[in-house]
Write a protein that binds this ligand. Structure first.
Ligand SMILES: [Zn+2]
Length: 77
């Protein structure tokens, strides 16, 4: 009986900060930082100072946090 375990050993260390497009100022200066302990992510624009804190799940990466932020930015939520 082969019981399959979910492998969770894929730990990708990202050292390079990734910057995303800011919906407010239009510059590529947004950075998402995950705080997995608290289940939150902060998305901050280094140019105009736009900032948002959002909830994340374990599966979410920086890009997902950013996408969620963009969603809520445009829907006003
Ligand atoms: Zn900005």
């Amino acid at each position: 009986m082969g019981r399959r375990r979910k492998k969770v050993e894929k730990i990708i260390k990202k050292t390079l900060p990734e910057f995303y497009l800011c919906p407010k100022c239009g510059k590529n200066t947004m950075k998402a930082t995950l705080n997995r302990k608290e289940g939150k992510a902060s998305v901050v624009c280094g140019n105009c100072g736009l900032k948002s804190i959002l909830k994340i799940t374990n599966q979410m990466e920086e890009i997902d946090a950013y996408n969620r932020f963009i969603d809520s930015y445009y829907t006003g939520g």
